[in-house]
Design a protein around this ligand. Structure first.
Ligand SMILES: [Zn+2]
Length: 324
């Protein structure tokens, strides 16, 4: 085991117990280097590298490795990109959204594609095959079009087409029907004042006719569920449970981290503090001293010595003196 870095100016509880945040495990208590604005702590990353990071950024979940997670993600992206060099290009996006529309049952437009039995031919299912058959997407105006809108994504039925080409080709103009009333985009534009572009966009997104016409609330953005240890909760519900904001959880998901890292809480670990000859948890100290746990925690991060942490009186904010 490597020799821990002993911080210059700090208190160390006599039996320092390491805490883990993501890939980082503490190897020192918080301390404040000369001239630094906020306390830092020394960590060893699961990759073996030793780093010093601000206490707050680690405990908030913003930092959870020495930087190796970012490097790994980048390397993975580069590897995928190197395979065909098209990753993230408009052509690639057209290919991947075709798959999502047809195969991801939670996609908002799924019911118009996969849900209607629209399938993707094996040849087009691989990006290489797709590119070979269709070539690159010619311009930003072009989208992937099926000549027969009820047919599959298969050779002979797909092409790049501009929106104009698509709409003139389709046998029917777009009709929206709500109850007994039916009309084309012009009709509903006149009637509701919603621009034709907006109506078209909403239809293309798979909204229901009521939602397209503003008669029902628009679809909400997709709720992401995470299953962990036999429980399936939304990111919002997990955030309540682990005390990390839902956006941090989503960010961790996007970074492709393992699930127990995604759902690791900030201050989950119990902190022990030794002072006045006793070793107690912060909650126990709080009971003993009447000081809020948050205050105790705050004092520790501010690098107070343990004796002061538990024995200095709690000073509330300066009382407001009423003006005469
Ligand atoms: Zn690392």
């Amino acid at each position: 085991m490597a020799k821990p870095i002993i911080p210059s100016e700090s208190w160390i509880a006599s039996d320092f117990s390491p805490e883990t945040f993501g890939r980082l495990t503490t190897i020192s208590s918080p301390y404040k280097p000369e001239g630094a604005k906020s306390p830092v702590q020394d960590f060893v990353c699961s990759c073996g590298k030793k780093v010093t990071k601000p206490v707050s950024s680690v405990r908030s979940g913003n930092t959870s490795s020495c930087g190796c997670i970012k490097k790994e993600i980048l390397a993975k992206k580069n590897k995928e990109n190197a395979k065909h060099g098209y990753f993230g290009t408009p052509t690639y996006r057209s290919w991947s959204s075709m798959i999502v529309r047809c195969e991801d049952t939670s996609h908002v437009a799924y019911h118009n594609y996969g849900g209607r039995g629209i399938k993707i031919d094996q040849e087009l299912r691989t990006f290489e095959g797709f590119l070979k058959y269709l070539g690159e997407r010619p311009t930003k105006e072009h989208t992937l079009d099926r000549i027969d809108v009820n047919g599959n994504y298969e050779p002979g039925n797909v092409r790049w087409a501009t929106r104009k080409e698509q709409s003139t080709n389709k046998r029917n103009t777009i009709n929206i029907r709500v109850g007994e009333e039916s009309g084309d985009l012009n009709y509903w534009h006149e009637k509701t004042g919603i621009s034709k572009g907006a109506l078209h966009y909403r239809i293309s997104k798979g909204w229901t006719p009521e939602q397209v016409l503003g008669l029902a609330v628009r679809p909400r953005s997709r709720t992401i569920y995470i299953e962990y240890r036999g429980r399936r909760l939304s990111t919002y519900e997990w955030s309540k449970e682990i005390g990390v904001s839902a956006s941090v959880i989503k960010q961790r998901l996007r970074e492709g981290r393992p699930i127990d890292e995604v759902l690791s809480g900030n201050n989950q670990k119990i902190i022990y503090l030794e002072a006045l000859g006793e070793r107690l948890t912060l909650a126990e100290w709080s009971k003993r001293t009447g000081l809020p746990v948050g205050t105790l925690r705050h004092r520790i991060y501010r690098n107070w010595n343990p004796h002061d942490v538990v024995s200095r009186p709690y000073l509330s904010k300066t009382p407001i003196v009423p003006l005469e």
